[in-house]
Design a protein around this ligand. Structure first.
Ligand SMILES: [Zn+2]
Length: 349
């Protein structure tokens, strides 16, 4: 039997589950604030997987992913521990904002400090209360407001075969081998040697059924990969492809954009991606793709300023194979084409 685990001064015994409300700095109304944490502490020892969502306060897909994972039967008999935090940035979440009341981005404020500003203190709470317990991390994100992302894993692989195996095990259609930004939760955890995946899918302030289903399946795949649960038969229709590079396409002029490509579409260098024009359709410019690849991010708002990033294209060594896999992935998780039985009633967008 594994020893009890203590978070926020609360002890959780082996073979039990607990909801903990970790105290955070108060609002200036003196309203007490807490971070909700759910701990599933297995009977037998094993890895400790930390799953975080809503580090950016308006990115809410992960909350629904965590709710579904918590209700899944496979969590009733795990080896090791799963710690799930549906809302890390409680302050931003209340304000429906990516940021904190101190206007800082929590995901640029790690590792933080007990004497820092609000964001720094919140980061420090994560570092002191949660990081010491965990061996692996999955951090759930979405695109920003009015920007949608194709489900994708971001990790800094750097030839790390164990991390690469974990990134692939999640089974999102795309793994972006991306450089880490300083001050992110991922960078800080990575520098401490904790294998960390970021799952990016959907857009801010919206639920997206395909992104949610793929996220739930991904987490269950990781639990099985880390041998915390029994082997899981994975959907075989698609496999993840690693993109070593990606490119943003920016608006060549300000105006009203008409997009010609959807998320997950395959594009070739020189293809038309969108038209941008004034309201009369005069002064129209065609946005061409600067590279061949797959559209993994896209603006949803047709109103753009010159220089604004409007498409994100992932570049693969074999675009055609990756594109086919993306298509199969979408069929596998789209409630209309998914043939496997799901316990959850699909959310309608
Ligand atoms: Zn984010």
């Amino acid at each position: 039997m594994q020893p009890a685990i203590t978070i926020g001064g609360q002890e959780v015994k082996a073979g039990t589950r607990a909801s903990i409300h970790l105290p955070l700095p108060e609002f200036y109304t003196y309203a007490p604030t807490t971070m909700p944490i759910h701990v599933v502490h297995g009977r037998n020892p094993g890895p400790c997987l930390l799953i975080t969502s809503t580090v950016h306060g308006d990115e809410i897909n992960g909350i629904e992913i965590i709710r579904r994972v918590l209700g899944h039967k496979s969590l009733s008999r795990i080896k090791g521990t799963v710690i799930l935090i549906p809302v890390v940035n409680v302050f931003g979440f209340v304000a429906r904002s990516r940021y904190l009341p101190d206007r800082r981005d929590l995901n640029r404020s790690f590792p933080g400090s007990p004497k820092g500003s609000m964001a720094g203190r919140l980061a420090h709470v994560m570092m002191s209360e949660l990081i010491p317990n965990c061996t692996h991390i999955i951090d759930l994100h979405t695109g920003a407001i009015d920007r949608e992302n194709l489900p994708q894993i971001r990790a800094t692989l750097n030839g790390d075969s164990k991390l690469e195996a974990m990134a692939k095990a999640f089974n999102a259609p795309v793994v972006l081998d991306a450089e880490v930004r300083e001050g992110t939760f991922r960078e800080t955890a990575h520098s401490l040697g904790i294998p960390t995946l970021v799952y990016e899918a959907g857009e801010a302030l919206r639920f997206d059924e395909v992104s949610i289903r793929a996220g739930v399946a991904g987490i269950l795949n990781i639990l099985s990969h880390l041998e915390m649960t029994r082997k899981r038969t994975r959907k075989k229709e698609h496999q993840p492809f690693i993109a070593k590079r990606s490119q943003w396409v920016r608006a060549p002029q300000s105006g009203i954009a008409r997009s010609l490509v959807a998320l997950g579409d395959r594009v070739s260098q020189g293809d038309d991606l969108a038209f941008i024009s004034d309201p009369f359709g005069e002064h129209e410019e065609v946005v061409k793709s600067p590279a061949s690849g797959i559209v993994i991010g896209r603006t949803r708002l047709p109103l753009v300023h010159e220089g604004e990033a409007i498409f994100h294209i992932a570049i693969f060594s074999k675009t055609s194979v990756a594109a086919e896999s993306v298509e199969n992935f979408q069929d596998a998780f789209d409630p209309d084409t998914d043939t496997t039985e799901s316990e959850e009633r699909p959310l309608v967008g």
